[in-house]
Design a protein around this ligand. Structure first.
Ligand code: FAD
Ligand code: NAI
Length: 476
C-alpha cells in the first residue's frame, strides 16, 4: 500500500531530473525527486554528475589552469610583466569545491522555492507506477505516482584490463581530485573527458600521454576540425597516440606507479605513469532501477528505450538524460526534462535533436552543431562550404589568439545552413548564434545579411557565411 501520492516522481536529481522536477512543479504538479548522491563526506547533494563531478568542477579546473598557463607564458606578449608564477593546487581545488558546493546548494534552494520534495536515497520503479524509496538510513517507503520520470544518469566505463582502484587508476572523478600534479599522467581514451582533463594536468605541469584505440582522432567531429585540433594539441604538448590498444595494466604501489602495456601497428609497448585516467565512455546507471514485474525495455548496455517524446515502453513512465539514446550532455537531458514535464501537463512540447550543440572545452575550444562534412558526403547531400580563419579577424589579433576557424555548411541548392563547426577561443559562446540560425531554419544569406558588431570574434561567423556564398570580404 503506497504511503504518499504524487503527480510525478522523478528518480535522479542531475540536470535532466532536477530540471524536469522543477518544471513539473512550476506547472502545478505535485512532484517528488529521489536522488542518492552523497559526496565523499557523506553529504547529500543534488545536481548529479554534472554539478558534482562533471561539467562544473571540470570547467572550474580548466579555467584556473588556463589562467595559470596564460599568466606564465603569454602575458609578456601584451607587455605585462609579473614575478614568478606559483601554483597553489590546494587553493585551486578548494575554489572548485566551493563552486560545486554553492551550485548544488542553489538547486536545493530552487527545490524549496518550487516545492519539489527531495527524497535522499535510492529509488526503484515497481509495477503500477509505484516507486520504492530506500533512505540512506535504510528506511523504506512506497510512493504512488501518476507519472514517473527516470533520470538515473550514467557512470564511467571500466577497462577490463585496468579496473579503477581510485588511487592509481582513476575515472574522471579521481582526476578532478588529485592532491599533487602527477609527473607523468597516462590517459586512456582521447575523447572529450580525456582532452579536457588531459589539458588541465598538462597546463599544471604533467607530462601527458594519451592512448586512443581508434586510428582517427575525434572521429565524431568534422574531419577538418579534428585534424586541426590534433595538430594544435600535439603542439601544446599532449602526446596523443592513435590506434593504441591497451592490453594490460599493473599497479606498483612501492614505486607509486602504474604500468600500461599497449599494442599499435609498430608492436607492443610499455609505459609507466604516476597516475592513469581511464575515460573510454560512460554507461547508463540503470542497474537496480526497476524491480518486480515491470516491462521497461532496455538494450544490453542498460540504455532505456524511448520514443522521440521520451516515453518508455511503460505507460506513464518516461526516461531522460544520459540513460536514453542521444548525446550524453547536460543541456540535452535538461531539455528532455522540460519537454516531458510539459507533456505530462498536457502541452505539446518537443526537443529538436538536430540542433543540440556540442563543445569540447580545450584551448582552443571545439564546438559544433548539425551535420559535418563527412555526414553530408555519406548522405549524398549537395553542400557549399564557407571557412573563415581567425588569423584574419581583427579582434582575434588584438587578443593575440588567432588559432582556428569557423566552418559553415549550407545546402548547395536551398542555401539552408546544415552545420557549423568552430575551433577557436570561446567557440562555446560563438556556437550559440549558429544554433539559433539552425533552429530558425536560416540560410547562410540570412547570416551574411545580419549586422555583427566590430571588432568581435563573432564576425568570423558572418565572414564564413559570406564565404559560403562565394564572396568573403576579409580573405583573399
Ligand atoms: P546525472 O547527472 O548522472 O544524474 C543522475 C542522478 O541520479 C545522480 O545524482 C545519481 O546519483 C542519481 N541516481 C541514479 N540512479 C538512482 C536511483 N535508482 N535512485 C536515486 N538516485 C539515483 N556535459 C555537458 O553538457 N557539458 C559539459 O561540460 C560536461 N562536462 C562533463 C565533464 C565530466 C568530467 C563528466 C564526467 C561529464 C560531463 N558532462 C558534460 C556530461 C554531463 O555531466 C551528463 O551528460 C549529465 O550529468 C547527465 O545528466 P543526467 O541528469 O542524465 O544524469
Ligand atoms: P568519449 O566517447 O568522448 O571518448 C572516449 C574515447 O575513448 C573515444 O575516443 C574512444 O575511441 C576511446 N576508447 C574507447 N575504448 C578505448 C580503449 N579500450 N582504449 C583506448 N581508447 C578507447 O567518452 P568520455 O571522454 O569518457 O566522455 C563520456 C561522455 O561524457 C561523453 O559522451 C560526453 O558526451 C560527456 N562529456 C561531455 C563533455 C562536454 O560536453 N564538454 C565533457 C566531458 C564529458
Amino acid at each position: 500500500m503506497a504511503e504518499q501520492e504524487y503527480d510525478v516522481v522523478v528518480i535522479g536529481g542531475g540536470p535532466a531530473g532536477y530540471v524536469g522536477a522543477i518544471r513539473c512543479a512550476q506547472l502545478g504538479l505535485k512532484t517528488a525527486c529521489i536522488d542518492r548522491w552523497q559526496d565523499p563526506e557523506g553529504k547529500e547533494r543534488l545536481g548529479g554528475t554534472c554539478l558534482n563531478v562533471g561539467c562544473i568542477p571540470s570547467k572550474a579546473l580548466l579555467e584556473s589552469s588556463e589562467l595559470y598557463e596564460h599568466t606564465q607564458k603569454h602575458l609578456g606578449t601584451h607587455g605585462v610583466r609579473c614575478g614568478e608564477v606559483e601554483l597553489d593546487l590546494a587553493g585551486m581545488m578548494a575554489r572548485k569545491d566551493r563552486l560545486v558546493n554553492n551550485l548544488t546548494q542553489g538547486i536545493q534552494g530552487l527545490f524549496k522555492a518550487n516545492q519539489v520534495e527531495w527524497f535522499k536515497g535510492h529509488g526503484q520503479l515497481q509495477a503500477e507506477r509505484q516507486v520504492k524509496f530506500t533512505g540512506h538510513d535504510g528506511k523504506e517507503q512506497t510512493l504512488q505516482a501518476k507519472n514517473v520520470i527516470l533520470a538515473p544518469g550514467s557512470f564511467p566505463v571500466e577497462l577490463g584490463c585496468g579496473p579503477f582502484d581510485r588511487e592509481y587508476i582513476v575515472s574522471s572523478t579521481g582526476a578532478l581530485r588529485f592532491e599533487e600534479v602527477p609527473k607523468r599522467l597516462g590517459v586512456i581514451g582521447a575523447g572529450v573527458i580525456g582532452l579536457e582533463l588531459g589539458s588541465v594536468w598538462r597546463r599544471l605541469g604533467s607530462e601527458v600521454v594519451m592512448l586512443e584505440a581508434q586510428d582517427r582522432f575525434l572521429s565524431f567531429c568534422d574531419e577538418q576540425v579534428a585534424n586541426e585540433s590534433l595538430k594544435i594539441m600535439s603542439k601544446q604538448g599532449l602526446d596523443i597516440r592513435l590506434s593504441a590498444r591497451v592490453t594490460a595494466t599493473k599497479v606498483d604501489k612501492d614505486k607509486g606507479q602504474v604500468s600500461v602495456v599497449y599494442e599499435d601497428e609498430n608492436g607492443q609497448h610499455e609505459e609507466r605513469f604516476d597516475r592513469l585516467v581511464v575515460c573510454v565512455g560512460r554507461r547508463p546507471a540503470t542497474d537496480g532501477l526497476v524491480s518486480g514485474p515491470v516491462e521497461l525495455a532496455m538494450d544490453e548496455r542498460g540504455t532505456i528505450h524511448v520514443n522521440e517524446h521520451c516515453e518508455t515502453t511503460m505507460p506513464g513512465v518516461y526516461a531522460i538524460g544520459d540513460a536514453v539514446r542521444g548525446p550524453m550532455l547536460a543541456h540535452k537531458g535538461s531539455e528532455e526534462g522540460i519537454m516531458v514535464a510539459e507533456r505530462i501537463a498536457g502541452m505539446g512540447s518537443s526537443v529538436n535533436y538536430d540542433t543540440i550543440p556540442n563543445v569540447i572545452y580545450t584551448l582552443p575550444e571545439i564546438a559544433w552543431v548539425g551535420r559535418n562534412e563527412q555526414d553530408l558526403k555519406k548522405q549524398g547531400v549537395p553542400y557549399a562550404t564557407g571557412v573563415f580563419p581567425f588569423v584574419a579577424s581583427g579582434r582575434a589579433r588584438a587578443m593575440e589568439d588567432t588559432t582556428g576557424f569557423v566552418k559553415l555548411l549550407a545546402h548547395a541548392e536551398t542555401d539552408r545552413i546544415l552545420g557549423a563547426h568552430i575551433i577557436s577561443s570561446r567557440a562555446s559562446e560563438l556556437i550559440a548564434e549558429c544554433v539559433i540560425a539552425l533552429e530558425f531554419g536560416a540560410c547562410s544569406e540570412d547570416l551574411a545579411r545580419t549586422v555583427f558588431a566590430h571588432p568581435t570574434l563573432s564576425e568570423a561567423v558572418h565572414e564564413a557565411a559570406l564565404a559560403t556564398l562565394g564572396h568573403p570580404l576579409h580573405i583573399p
